[in-house]
Design a binder for this molecule. Sequence first.
Ligand code: HEC
Length: 193
Amino acid sequence: MKLTARIAGAAGISLIAVAALAHGGATGIVMERMDGMSAMAKVMKALAPMMQGTAAYDAATVRSGAAQIADHAGEAMTAKFPEDTSGGASEAKPEIWQDWEDFAGLARQLEVFAEGLEAAADNGVGGMPAQGNMMGNSTMMGGQGMMASGGMMGGQAPMMTAEQLGQMPADMAFAMVSQSCTACHSRFRAEDK
Ligand code: HEC
């Protein structure tokens, strides 16, 4: 146990060193949030082949990866975006602070979805949702559901709960986590500069 922690610690330090070079010279809180984002990207990249069926599925890896993402999301994420810290090496758009509620909502949504993926880890990939009736009687796919309201990521779409995602095949929950990243980036991150 101790040994594992020490190895993990050493790996963490070298990761930070690499990240520091990779973030275009960002410092302080901007570098911290980039590190958090990069850590999540690393998890997504590691899980993607399992979700696509090109690597053996491992529920424990999915669970711990999802938990890591949840740890970086929500308030942990918004705390790293103090007011008006765009510009310079940062790709953060100033709109973050103009539309803070939306930004924080997306950060929170990611947390909920990542918790949902954690709960869905044991379901494995493909096939029907674990409970079999999600499509049938659900409030989320039905008239008032996310599809009907213009897509699940549309600003005011009803937020699904982690429990609801926990009923899904893991690859479906994973896709929702991934869309949660994209939804925020397309609105609040300037990627081409
Ligand atoms: C609530 C909004 C939001 C969510 C959700 C979000 N991001 Fe980001 N992300 C940003 C913003 C804003 C930046 C730009 C930060 C900066 O440059 O200051 C960013 C930057 C990044 C970067 C670049 C980091 C660097 O080194 O410059 C990566 C990679 C990234 N995000 C991955 C992810 C992944 C993967 C997810 C989902 C698991 C995710 N993000 C979810 C807002 C978000």
